[in-house]
Design a protein around this ligand. Sequence first.
Ligand SMILES: Nc1ncnc2c1ncn2[C@@H]1O[C@H](COP(=O)(O)OP(=O)(O)OP(=O)(O)O)[C@@H](O)[C@H]1O
Length: 230
Amino acid sequence: MLDIKNLSINYGKHRVLNDISIHIDKGEVVGLLGPSSSGKTTFMNVVSGLLPYKKGQVLINGTSPCEKTKSYVSLLTENNAIPRWMNLKDIVNFHTEMFNDFNKDKFYSILKNINLDIPDNKKIKHLSKGTIQMLRVALSISRKCGLYLLDEPLGGMDSLVRDQVTDTIINEIDMDSTIIIATHLISEVEKLLDKVIFIKKGQILGIHDCEDLRIEKGQSIEKTFREVMK
Ligand SMILES: Nc1ncnc2c1ncn2[C@@H]1O[C@H](COP(=O)(O)OP(=O)(O)OP(=O)(O)O)[C@@H](O)[C@H]1O
């Protein structure tokens, strides 16, 4: 489904992704795990088509990121891009117009499941950071896509809410869709993951099947992550 070969990205002279190669199958749930500044967001931006690349190859079902693949990919960006003046109804209308695959009913049902009771006329600027993040996650998983790129989906949420949101992510996304979650909150997402990619300073330190890694190391993915990143 996603094939990346020898991808390198520079910002000026600073290399932020260094010759990375990754293959991800349809339906896999993959954790892109690395400390701050390891290149996770850059990776997500390239795959989503937001950031062009010159070195290497990125193929989504055989096609380089472009307008066509954008309709196949739901990107949850790390930072909020929803204008602060919008209210809930504006946001829903915007998404309905913007994305043919956005399912409004599903969106409201997800809000209900995560106990997010936001009136239609409530403006973004009056919501807390954690609430905005929950809203953004609900928006991105209410699209029907083949690939979900979730960049720090749990940022700004308290631990109880994080559990609820991780369960919602896995329950609401079709099983044959692929999910890539970039995060450094590993314990919260590790139960969801089939595969992990360890990344540091733009370099892939390892790609593993989670079950195999747990058996091989006899410990959690988070503990192995800490050892690998030392
Ligand atoms: N637009 C940019 N111009 C120059 N350097 C950038 C730009 N965006 C990111 N960088 C640099 O690229 C490196 C990787 O950043 P990136 O945001 O991809 O990492 P990350 O793993 O997502 O980090 P975090 O977990 O803190 O969000 C960092 O050193 C960052 O400072």
